[in-house]
Design a protein around this ligand. Sequence first.
Ligand SMILES: Cc1cc2nc3c(=O)[nH]c(=O)nc-3n(C[C@H](O)[C@H](O)[C@H](O)COP(=O)(O)OP(=O)(O)OC[C@H]3O[C@@H](n4cnc5c(N)ncnc54)[C@H](O)[C@@H]3O)c2cc1C
Length: 715
Amino acid sequence: MPSRATACCGSPVISRPPNQTRPEVGVVSPEMSRKNVVLPAPLGPMIERSSPRRTATSTRSTAMRLPKARVSASVRSRGASGIGADSTGPSGVSRSPRRVRRAPVCYRPREHGCAAAGAPVSLELPPPPRPWPTQDGMPTTRGLNFYVADPNLEFVCSTVMEPEVLARARPLLVEMGAVAGDELDALAAAADRHPPTLRAYDERGRRVDEIVFHPAYRAMEQLAFERFGLAAMSHRDGVLGWPGRVPHVVKYALSYLFAQSEFGLLCPVNMTDSTARMLTRFGDEALRGRYLPRLTATALEDLWQGTQWMTEKTGGSDVGALTTLARRDADGAWRLWGDKWFASNANADVALTLARPEGAPPGTRGLGLFLVPRHLPDGTKNAWTINRLKDKLGSRSMATGEVTYAGAVAYVVGDVGRGFAQMMEMVNGSRLSNAMRAAGIMRRSLLEAVFHARGRAAFGGALFDKPLMRWTLLEMLLDVEAAASVVLNAAVMFDAWDAGAEAAGRLLRIVTPLAKGWITARARAVAGEAMNVRGGNGYVEEWVNARLLRDAYLGAIWEGSTTVVALDVQRAIVKDGALAPLAAFIGTRLDGVRERHAKPVTDVVRAVLADVERRAAAWTTQPPDTRELEARPVAETLYHALATALLLDEGQTLRPQRQDHHKLLVAALYARRWLVPAPPGVPAFSPSALESLERLVDWRPIGADALAAEAPVRD
Ligand SMILES: Cc1cc2nc3c(=O)[nH]c(=O)nc-3n(C[C@H](O)[C@H](O)[C@H](O)COP(=O)(O)OP(=O)(O)OC[C@H]3O[C@@H](n4cnc5c(N)ncnc54)[C@H](O)[C@@H]3O)c2cc1C
């Protein structure tokens, strides 16, 4: 029985007793359940710390203060030393160790039907782990709770999740944040240093095609599949103690945290998740009965992992050119013959693959979708081999191989004549997941950069206070907040679509390639800037930056490279009429903006949308070489318009709650950066915008004056 119920937004929220075993997760430690913490804004108390004109007046000691998540009262009380770890408050006033509890508030009381703004929700939080002291100007984020340290994520979650969903998700997010900031990060570094190897033959010379992983990878699998149930939570009731299925939006928020430390393993997690999804949607009863329980298992010993292999030597973009043949033999079984040139999660137990049935027409129309098991029902090894593993730049923890089907037994999934169309549905889900992972890389990059810039001095002051450094960090912050909003809002559309909302499906049709195209490409730049910020150490593999950068490069290649995805946006507009629902979605958000100083931002977005609509209207009559040339700039512009509209919408929610123009300012600066670019030679941001950086990073309230100064103007 639940121990207590607290009123949240008019509806009761049931919390578990502190020592109750959580199904499929393990025991909640009494210490975790008991402790309360001071959270960073907007969760914690808002303390006015300094004047906005910080750059000119800050001293080295105040400017180098670490983010609040690292200097909570509970941390100080445990005697951590180093920057930000003493027991003296920012104003120099001694603060005795104490526990402060402040329940988070509902940011959308009207929409959620709450009795009053600020109605408390149930909250039991563990303390952030004790920080590691900084002694040498080389601060590390190791030990930080990535969720507690990310007020933006908490806020965006509050705008996309119902309060009771967020209340239930929060302890899980905090738990994931702690794991990502410490244990997972260490495991990921080890697995990256020790990539898997292929054991093609056993000691008696028999073909076994086994992949040998470093124990760190196995430990990460345990975290992802078992402890957090990331691959199963959309398919199985009760994972992580959730009543029913965990919503996609919660899975995305959890995975966003996971991705900040480990990128490679999220490919197998997502592929297993989407293989189960494909079977649920298209598989017959026999396939579902045999494979779904294993694909959605949360115990590693029961789990069968899934994967999807399409790409051949002939090309990954032009899938219709593939040559793998599917032949139906006299015994009625389908057998596959051919090579797959890129086969990630090469150790998977179940592969979904595209092949052309003998006699089928050329191109994508003729392709069938097949399930190829690693082992046949009688336990014998199926007839496919892993020829070798790829030596990759990034995502090194995970095995990508080259595979040959030599008469491998395969089962048709769904309609054999609609294989490509069915597979594209899976690819769309994976593209969104990819965008989320890239957004996670961006967020980690920003975190590392801010930490370093605050903890390191040069030329008599903190790096953080140098104007050009602020410029770099501000630009990263804008990208991070925009990406988080886009992927989490897209995840909400995913949930709505699964619940039967056709309109959400039409929106996803275009939002998915928009997000995949821009965020994965931009993550490269953001990860690269973070490497620069860390200087020489950023280039050294002992620090996380090199891994982030190497991983970031992959996101923009697989699941459709950037240009191919831009062409998909164009197809969505021309063939599926996806621009109208997107424009309506954006327009609704702009209509809701009432803040006077934000109006110029809405004008910019409207003007940009009108431009795009004019261009798109001409596409149907243009020759391909003219039309295709516009695909990428239009896709990028639409992404920025969508991101700005979402930021404005969030800003409209946040401002009345806390008198905080944070999100409206971010929207204005984002529009200024990406929709109204500065002329050549002119800095993108004004000195006053740079002065807001610290408040933006710390989530201290931003005044209307800061917004008024930054509203973009379009000629
Ligand atoms: C580490 C890794 C793991 C992978 N794992 C898998 C996997 O598990 N399963 C799987 O199926 N695939 C996998 N892939 C393959 C990946 O999806 C493809 O590499 C990708 O789709 C690009 O295909 P390609 O390499 O054949 O390049 P191409 O298709 O030859 O493309 C080369 C370049 O041409 C561009 N291009 C192509 N067509 C056009 C056009 N019409 N207009 C303009 N530009 C164009 C592309 O954008 C790209 O930049 C993996 C790739 C990598 C690197």
